[in-house]
Write a protein that binds this ligand. Structure first.
Ligand code: TXD
Length: 340
């Protein structure tokens, strides 16, 4: 029996549960939400769609963490989304309290799970979750880089008038203003993106990628994106449950790689049944590593704010396992294999 639990049955949680069930990744999906009837309603509705879609996955919903008992993967989406004009950082304290509370429930119900954090501000909430859970860092990851990468590829494809499947690109760094879309190595139909689009257009696409989440928030006027985020979470759940060992851009806790220690930030990492098995450190130039470090410093300063609020147990900086294995794959090759 493989089980997934999704905490938070709002827009991202419900669409994620549906995608996982439709993809037939596991035997059961439990939705958990403080609004228990919302979780029950979503489980009922998604469950009723499955006979039409050829999936036998069992959906349950409720407010109790009993639903997460023995889960192989737990996805945390509980927390507020941004409203127009809000930055992700504005959510820090409120969502920090929610994520800390959720982690207490997850820790006792699913002590062996791999946990994927989705709640914003992403890198800070993932750092907090690993601390609150007390799980080894490789079993706690955050979803943002895969979404930002998908947005980068989508905007590049649109601007170039090319199918997205012919666009290779990668976005690292933090899920916010210090996002690092790698324009140097982006390609459209095998050509460097700068050559295919022109440098000015490429610069605009990079900026639109940084603002991609805000663009949806502004248009939607009540909450934030969920279709692209749920697709990205589903791919991460699949990589874990099927032990795919693929390199994906995800938030992983660094312990010295790129000169960064003790915080989560978006990097290329190999993901499988036991979580992160390798962080790929090759393939970035000096400017890109500098941008990654700047992103990590912003995360670190907001994690210090969480510490000031008494929301960190203080485990984050001393529980780092040395999981960084020497990497032989180049970044471009590794990601090319994984993101097609
Ligand atoms: O790239 C990414 N990581 C993101 C992150 C992409 C999209 C959305 N991102 C963030 O996910 C967003 O900024 C929010 O912080 C979360 C959830 O977004 P969603 O759009 O799903 O928000 P909703 O629809 O408001 O749902 C949140 C649910 C809601 O049903 C609450 O009742 C529930 O969270 N909630 C809780 N559940 C369990 N336990 C507690 N304590 C709790 N508090 C709220």
């Amino acid at each position: 029996m493989t089980r997934v639990a999704v905490v938070g049955a709002g827009m991202v949680g419900a669409t994620t549960a549906a995608r996982i069930a439709e993809a037939r990744l596991c035997d059961s999906v439990a939705l958990i939400d403080v609004a228990g009837d919302l979780a029950r309603a979503m489980a009922l509705d998604i469950g009723s769609s499955l006979p039409l879609l050829g999936s036998d996955t069992v959906l349950t919903g409720g407010e109790s963490y009993e639903g997460a008992r023995g889960a192989d993967v737990v996805v945390i989406t509980a927390g507020r989304p941004r409203q127009p004009g809000q930055s992700r950082a504005d959510l820090l304290e409120g969502n920090g309290r929610i994520v800390a509370e959720v982690c207490a429930g997850v820790r006792s119900a699913a002590p062996d799970a791999v946990v994927i954090v989705v709640t914003n501000p992403l890198d800070e909430m993932t750092t907090l979750a690993q601390d609150a859970l007390g799980f080894p860092p490789e079993r706690v990851v955050g979803m943002a880089g895969l979404l930002d990468t998908a947005r980068f590829r989508h905007f590049l494809a649109e601007r170039a008038g090319a199918p997205a499947s012919t666009v290779q690109a990668l976005t690292l760094g933090s899920h916010g203003d210090t996002m690092v879309p790698l324009s140097r190595t982006a390609t459209v139909a095998g050509r460097p993106a700068g050559e295919a689009l022109g440098d000015a257009a490429l610069g605009e696409v990079v900026q639109r990628t940084r603002d991609g989440g805000a663009e949806v928030v502004r248009l939607l006027q009540r909450g934030s994106a969920y279709w692209a985020p749920s697709a990205a979470v589903m791919l991460m759940v699949r990589a874990i449950l099927r032990d795919e060992q693929v390199v994906l851009p995800i938030a992983a806790r660094l312990s010295g790689q790129f000169g960064i220690d003790g915080v989560y930030v978006g990097v290329p990492a190999r993901l499988g049944r036991r979580g992160v098995s390798e962080i790929v450190t090759s393939g970035l130039d000096e400017a890109e590593v500098t941008a990654l470090r700047a992103a990590a410093e912003e995360v670190r300063s907001r994690v210090a704010d969480l510490q000031g609020l008494g929301l960190m147990r203080g485990n984050a900086s001393d529980s780092s396992a040395d999981l960084a294995l020497p990497s032989t794959a180049t970044l471009t090759d590794a990601v090319r294999q994984s993101l097609l």
